[in-house]
Design a protein around this ligand. Structure first.
Ligand code: HEC
Ligand code: HEC
Ligand code: HEC
Ligand code: HEC
Ligand code: HEC
Length: 491
């Protein structure tokens, strides 16, 4: 302990230099005894540490301050900063608002994008005026991990048995460290910005899109985690000792689980957005209520017209012909979860309420959307507890093929299904059916599943949008359907 304290002194000096004055750092708190930590239930103190604060210790591959045996005893690799610093676009989230595109969007909406809560809600985290916050940092480490001084100060001491004895629930409840190891919690965090969350004022309206906001891609948690890119180890990559400290077993189908839970979370988020806007109870004043075109399927209105019969006409209309329907992709993917059939009825009622007349019946939309959200919650809870094994994963491929044959998938649904195919096949490894392997490679190619054209570069997405939108506009499901049928024999 003495040795490591000495060893840490230099990093603490660096920290003091980096951090703004007034921070209470690990060294200053080392007088807090072990017993005191374990019994302490102090009120949570909101505080936004800057990312550079974390960099001082979580950058061991570049700047070692721990002995190898100390590092091996830790719950994580301690090199997370390098990944974030090199490639993570979240650090640029506020720079997007001050970029030319961001400025123009603001101008068209009559607001200052760099300071408007309607934009900060997703482009800075935390986005409220907490002590220490600097929005220019975009989405910071504690924006996801919990903006409280309690855990940041308590967690960083080397080999502290009191902290190390805490389980995930206690770290969250008593110290404010978000338990992102719960796949449900992680999915809810990511979709709160990548789909929306009315309770936190995270709402993209059609006015924002029309002013120039890029359309959000269909969300898949496993893809988004990979492309962030992931700065954490998967459970299967962790040592047995680290897994034991987390209280979690190795999960050979961790990404498949992420995909399924993420789809349910995305569907829930869409339902909550619709419910809040249709019932006029949106937290942020001045945002559109109903109808907000952004809650409907964008491509229902935004597509070119052709003389001959199109795949949309061939597919037929789910409810009334010619009225804007809700987006289909989140439901298509969410229905694939174990027990997903339970979603059929509420989902159908919601879609019907949205098309009973043009732009639907707001009251019925709100009621049915809340039922969809509640059904998603039940399925997420079930899925978090349920083991996924090889036969379940193979069965999932068959269900994906069936879903594609039951109803011609639109572009976003095809991408979501193809992403799930990708994830399941990677995790099945040698157990994947050979025909599915070649289908997967071509689906990846045609649909361009990766969000990053240059995986390691940390630049604004800007130039990637045009090719993405062209791909969507040129979508033709016929080849895609053939590929899905190679996953499993058609029913
Ligand atoms: C003074 C060094 C130091 C600083 C500064 C520091 N950490 Fe850590 N961090 C550690 C150590 C040591 C561990 C391993 C703790 C363990 O094994 O229980 C750790 C572990 C973690 C974990 C995993 C914890 C768990 O229980 O699952 C997260 C997440 C984390 N740090 C985030 C951050 C963030 C975000 C910041 C900046 C706000 C930060 N850390 C600042 C030393 C530090
Ligand atoms: C519901 C959350 C949300 C809200 C609200 C929101 N955005 Fe975004 N914004 C995003 C996400 C997520 C992306 C990344 C989309 C992607 O992956 O393609 C993004 C992307 C952008 C980009 C492109 C970034 C780049 O790297 O090129 C700009 C510019 C932008 N937003 C500006 C704004 C402005 C201005 C506002 C307010 C009027 C706003 N956003 C409100 C979530 C949001
Ligand atoms: C967009 C949200 C997000 C941001 C921003 C973010 N993290 Fe994480 N981080 C996660 C998720 C999700 C996990 C995986 C679950 C967990 O460990 O809690 C994770 C895991 C970690 C871990 C544990 C790694 C492991 O292998 O167990 C550390 C340490 C960590 N992050 C540090 C940081 C630091 C330091 C920053 C800023 C430089 C940062 N994170 C920014 C979401 C985020
Ligand atoms: C507070 C809002 C917020 C949260 C929470 C959040 N993101 Fe993001 N994310 C954004 C914004 C905004 C951008 C666009 C940043 C830019 O380019 O300016 C983004 C960009 C991304 C990108 C790059 C997207 C692209 O089109 O290239 C990925 C991947 C991503 N986030 C994954 C995640 C994952 C995984 C999580 C959960 C662990 C998460 N995000 C949580 C707001 C958020
Ligand atoms: C109910 C039909 C409808 C739906 C659904 C819809 N829009 Fe629109 N959109 C319109 C109309 C009408 C305009 C105004 C057209 C004009 O003035 O040229 C428009 C304008 C736009 C514009 C600016 C005009 C342009 O040519 O670029 C963008 C961008 C846009 N919408 C994006 C979206 C996105 C993204 C979605 C889904 C999240 C969506 N829209 C859903 C009808 C719709």
């Amino acid at each position: 302990m003495i040795r490591s304290n000495l060893r840490q002194r230099s990093s603490l000096a660096a920290l003091l230099a980096l951090a703004a004055a007034g921070f209470v750092l690990g060294g200053a708190r080392s007088s807090v005894g072990v017993a005191e930590l374990s019994t302490r239930a102090e009120p949570l103190k909101p505080f936004v540490y800057r990312a550079s604060h974390c960099a001082a210790c979580h950058n061991q591959d570049r700047a070692a301050t721990y002995y190898p045996d100390e590092r091996a005893s830790m719950i994580c690799r301690m090199n997370e900063w390098a990944t974030f610093d090199a490639s993570d676009r979240h650090a640029l989230a506020h720079a997007a608002l001050t970029s030319e595109r961001g400025r123009v969007i603001g101008e068209r909406l009559g607001l200052d994008a760099a300071t408007a809560p309607a934009c900060l809600s997703c482009h800075a985290a935390p986005s409220t005026s907490l002590p220490g916050v600097r929005w220019s940092e975009g989405i910071t480490c504690v924006g996801c991990h919990g903006a409280y001084a309690n855990w940041v100060e308590a967690h960083a001491r080397v080999d502290d048995p009191a902290w190390r004895g805490l389980d995930r629930a206690a770290k969250e409840r008593d110290f404010g460290m978000a338990d992102l190891w719960s796949v449900g919690r992680r999915a809810a965090l990511c979709v709160s910005c990548h789909v929306g969350d009315p309770s936190q004022g995270r709402v993209l309206t059609h006015a924002m899109y029309a002013a120039g906001h890029p359309p959000l891609p269909a969300f898949d948690l496993s893809r988004y985690a990979q492309d962030e890119p992931r700065h954490w180890e998967r459970l299967s990559e962790k040592s047995a000792q680290r897994r034991e400290r987390l209280g979690l077993p190795a999960d050979p189908f961790e990404s498949t689980r992420e995909s399924l839970v993420g789809s349910l979370a995305a569907l829930k988020a869409m339902a909550e957005l619709a419910a809040a806007q249709a019932s006029g109870t949106l937290a942020t004043a001045g945002q559109e209520t109903w109808p907000d075109f952004a809650r409907f399927d964008c491509t229902a209105c935004h597509h070119g017209l052709r003389g001959s019969s199109t795949w949309r006409q061939e597919r037929g209309y789910r409810h009334a012909a010619g009225r804007p329907p809700l987006p289909e992709w989140p439901g298509v993917a969410a229905m694939l979860s174990p027990g997903g059939e339970a979603l059929g009825e509420p989902l159908d009622a919601w879609h019907a309420a949205a098309t009973v007349r043009p732009f639907g019946d707001p009251q019925a939309i709100a009621t049915t959307a809340r039922q969809v959200a509640a059904a998603c919650d039940r399925l997420i809870e079930r899925l978090e507890a349920e083991p996924i094994d090889r036969s379940a994963a193979r069965a999932l491929l068959t269900r994906i093929a069936q879903a594609a044959h039951q109803r011609i998938p639109d572009y976003d649904s095809a991408r979501t299904l193809a992403q799930m195919v990708h994830t399941v096949i990677v995790e099945l490894g040698q157990d994947a059916p050979p025909t599915a392997l070649s289908a997967r490679a071509e689906l990846d190619r045609i649909l361009g599943l990766s969000l990053r054209s240059e995986p390691t570069q940390k630049t604004l997405i800007g130039p990637d949008y045009a090719p993405r939108l062209e791909r969507a506009a040129e979508y033709d499901p016929s080849r895609i359907l053939q590929l899905f049928s190679q996953l499993a024999p058609a029913p």
